[in-house]
Design a protein around this ligand. Structure first.
Ligand code: FA5
Length: 344
């Protein structure tokens, strides 16, 4: 058995010399040092030896096991180093290759336009007031001087919910009522706010009209606010938004919640008023509806119209973005086409 042990020792060592990878190393370990390995089996057979030889054999077998374990550890280190070097070689990073471009995303053109509007109005002292998307019929219409069955309700096609009297706002103007109640101190405080938000109309989708779109409402209430304040303020806004030489035109119009009412046009900044495709050869582009707040609306907001007056306007950020960037179809805004969105 001693002879067998020595043969196993030399055979194991020379086999170990030839081991080149972790797989073979693992096999070698179980073959010689594992629970069913050569050394263990010989040690187990010790009982077959005459008593006087057992101690010497046991001592030598333990020595051989220790020597093989030591050789195994040394080989394991070499194999791991070799494998690491091979992996590094194969997986080498070529630092000269160009990196993969990351898609970082960007702000939606509507968001960009809204932020531009916030900045301009903030400079003129208008704070942002957020009203609600889901409105009651009363605030969206009646409080704005549009009683039930008033023909002006046809101006706004409404999305109704399953709850009677609860609708999706058709315009940001109900925010006039809510801001007056919340900020007006029962009709004792002046107000200067803008109310941005999404509006919803059950209308035919065309290149210029969507079912959902933003509006930016403006409200200014004070003791002596006049039509000239509205005109001056809107003109100052248009010059910041569309260029220092932008000309502004006010056209008489009708809204039940303003009196007088008007529509605001800006001279087409693309053709300088000469007429082009974007302005449909009119030389002017409509940017908002506006007017002096109707006494009934002021009263509904808690103000005494004999003491207080105000102006309001409502503009469409998507329409403005279309004009500014020459976008010919409003449907691109919510179409989720990255080729469009990536241009902004
Ligand atoms: C109104 O909604 C009034 N509430 C505006 C107003 C406010 C007048 C305060 C007086 C005082 P109008 O329906 O015209 O008005 O809409 C105002 C702006 O919203 C339009 O000039 C346009 O820019 C935008 N807009 C209206 N309908 C759509 C639509 N379907 N898609 C995209 N933009 C729209």
């Amino acid at each position: 058995m001693l002879e067998q042990l020595e043969t196993l020792h030399t055979g194991a060592l020379s086999e170990l010399e030839a081991v080149k990878d972790s797989g073979a190393l693992h096999e070698w370990e179980s073959k010689y040092l594992g629970g069913k390995g050569g050394v263990t089996l010989l040690l187990r057979g010790i009982g077959q030896l005459p008593k006087e030889q057992r101690a010497d054999f046991g001592k030598r077998a333990n020595e051989v096991r220790d020597l093989l374990t030591e050789a195994y550890i040394g080989r394991e280190k070499l194999v791991h180093e070799h494998e690491l070097a091979r992996d590094l070689e194969e997986g080498q990073i070529d630092v000269t290759l160009p990196g993969r471009e990351r898609s970082v995303g960007g702000l939606h053109p509507s968001t960009q336009t809204l932020r531009e509007l916030y900045a301009i109005w903030a400079d003129m002292g208008f704070q942002v007031y957020r009203s609600r998307d889901v409105e009651d019929d009363e605030t969206n219409f009646s409080m704005l001087n549009i009683p039930p069955h008033h023909p002006a309700r046809d101006m706004w096609d409404t999305f109704y919910t399953t709850t009677p009297g609860v609708i999706l706002r058709t315009h940001t103007s109900p925010g006039q009522i809510r801001s007056m109640h919340e900020l007006g101190g029962n009709g004792t405080q002046p107000i200067r706010v803008i109310l941005p938000g999404m509006c919803y109309r059950y209308e035919h989708i065309t290149t210029r009209s969507e079912m959902q779109f933003h509006q930016l409402e403006g409200v200014a209430i004070g003791r002596n606010i006049r039509m000239t304040d509205l005109k001056g303020t809107v003109t100052a806004f248009a010059r910041r938004m569309f260029g220092a030489n932008a000309a502004v035109r006010f056209r008489a119009s009708y809204f039940p919640f303003t009196e007088p009412s008007m529509e605001i046009d800006v001279e087409c900044f693309l053709c300088g008023g000469q007429g082009c495709k974007v302005c449909k050869y009119a030389g002017w582009l409509e940017i908002a509806g506006a007017g002096m707040m109707h006494p009934t609306v002021l009263r509904n907001g808690g103000y005494d119209p004999s003491q207080w007056s105000g102006f309001a306007f409502g503009m469409g950020p998507e329409r403005m973005a279309m004009l500014k960037h020459g976008i010919n179809d409003i449907r691109y805004f919510w179409g989720n086409d990255l080729r469009f969105l990536e241009q902004f």
